[in-house]
Write a new protein. Structure first.
Length: 158
């Protein structure tokens, strides 16, 4: 299985901060010291992001808070203007048009606030903010009543 890892190491986010480990390797501060593992209004920054063929694993801190975002569910949660009607927020992406074996081909940081995913179906315009990804975190720690959450529902650890 091919994979890539972003490990976040602190501001600023830029080319000089990339470390050995391939083009998807980056290290940053994570959510340590933030109340409720980053569930506050400020922009969360993951500790590490690992691209896998079946999805994306985000380590939100060094204490074990992580969420696995299955590829297809994350693709269906794309927030771009082509996938979501801008004025109403209504999803426009037909789930029938997203293959069950879709894969994230590459990841790119967008500033210090988000992630762009290039998908195997050719799509790559959506920016998944870290705030959105943390809000959708499918781990047991973050899981709340189903009616409070939308999007990714993958089974994960902590």
């Amino acid at each position: 299985m091919r994979s890539g890892l972003f490990l976040f190491g602190g501001p600023p986010v830029g080319r000089d901060n990339f470390r050995s480990g391939g083009p998807n390797s980056y290290k940053g501060p994570g959510l340590i010291g933030r109340p409720d593992h980053g569930r506050m209004k400020s922009n969360p920054v993951p500790h590490a992001i690992n691209r896998r063929d079946d999805g994306i694993l985000i380590e939100w801190d060094e204490l074990g808070h992580q969420g696995f975002y299955p590829a297809r569910e994350l693709r269906l949660a794309c927030p771009c203007a082509g996938c979501v009607e801008e004025m109403s927020g209504r999803p426009m992406l037909d789930p029938a048009n997203v293959s069950s074996d879709i894969q994230p081909l590459s990841l790119a940081l967008v500033g210090a606030y988000g992630l762009r995913v290039q998908w195997s179906d050719g799509h790559g315009t959506g920016i998944y903010t870290f705030e959105q990804l943390l809000r959708l975190c499918p781990c047991r720690r973050c899981a709340g009543p189903a009616d409070e959450r939308q999007g990714v529902t993958g089974d994960t650890s902590p």
